[in-house]
Design a binder for this molecule. Structure first.
Ligand code: PGA
Length: 265
């Protein structure tokens, strides 16, 4: 894993966006795996800015989102369809037919999940998968004890996740109990993975993912099995890492580190 620690959320978002844009410029028909939640908002804002001011082109890009709540229609303000349109898609020149988000209202989950997996394969596979991490270590909605070989499927959300996400709903009882989520195995097939985390509430989960044993108790730890993971953290999210001095040293001295990933002077 390459671990980069930044002084602010803005800096880590800018670095993650610059690294994403590098890939889009090299491969204009890239396939991006996208995440929802508070964490990637800064990255999306920066990509939108680059589109408006620097002409970053999404016209040939395809995207696959990680997950969607079961039971929420696309028009529901807390659905991930709605989130992606509001916070990203409608601000860039991506073609709506090239944006895939799992269907929360399908009545044949198994068939839908198989179709979603196939669409990813037929699109050539994911070039960069953007990931946040839950306070329980989940990536996408792969809650603790999810199989590390899992594929896209229905998952029951943990109480911790429902509590964490209740801030977006009118009352805690409104948080859906189930989600459709890419599996850990699906995520590990992406060519490159960007894990982004911010804030002290994520420090334990981040440390478990990067330094803990590989365990389904923290599905983020499965990323240790992938050969090209870049982790973007702020100081707070990095606060429980045991080898933090090592990561800082590499970030400041590693001659091969791409310029955008270097710590700002
Ligand atoms: P958050 O969610 O970005 O809203 O903290 C992350 C996650 O649950 O994966």
């Amino acid at each position: 894993m390459q671990i980069y620690i930044f002084d602010s959320y803005e800096d880590l978002s800018t670095a993650a966006a610059a690294a994403t844009a590098d890939t889009l410029n090299l491969k204009p028909d890239s396939v991006l795996g996208l995440a929802t939640g508070s964490t990637p908002l800064g990255l999306y804002r920066e990509l939108i800015r680059m589109h408006r001011e620097e002409g970053l082109d999404f016209s040939r890009v395809t995207t696959f989102n990680l997950d969607e709540y079961v039971g929420l229609p696309k028009t529901h303000p807390q659905s991930y369809h709605f989130f992606m349109n509001r916070n990203f898609f409608r601000h860039i020149n991506i073609l709506p037919q090239n944006t895939y988000v799992p269907a929360g209202t399908t009545n044949n989950h198994k068939a839908f999940c198989d179709w979603y997996e196939n669409r990813i394969k037929e699109s050539g596979g994911i070039d960069i998968q953007i990931l946040g991490i839950g306070t329980d270590g989940h990536i996408a909605f792969n809650e603790p004890t999810s199989s590390l070989g899992s594929r896209t499927r229905i998952k029951t959300l943990s109480k911790q996740t429902r509590d964490d996400n209740s801030r977006f709903f009118e009352k805690p009882g409104d948080v859906p109990v189930y989600a459709i989520t890419m599996g850990v195995g699906t995520i590990l097939e992406a060519r490159r993975i960007f894990l982004i985390a911010t804030g002290a509430a994520k420090a334990v989960a981040v440390a478990g993912a990067i330094e803990g044993p590989v365990s389904s108790m923290n599905t983020g730890s499965a990323l240790q099995l992938h050969q090209d993971v870049v982790v973007f953290l702020d100081n707070e999210a990095a606060g429980k890492l045991k080898l933090i001095d090592y990561y800082h040293w590499i970030q400041e001295n590693e001659p091969d580190a791409p310029e955008v990933l270097r710590k700002q002077p």
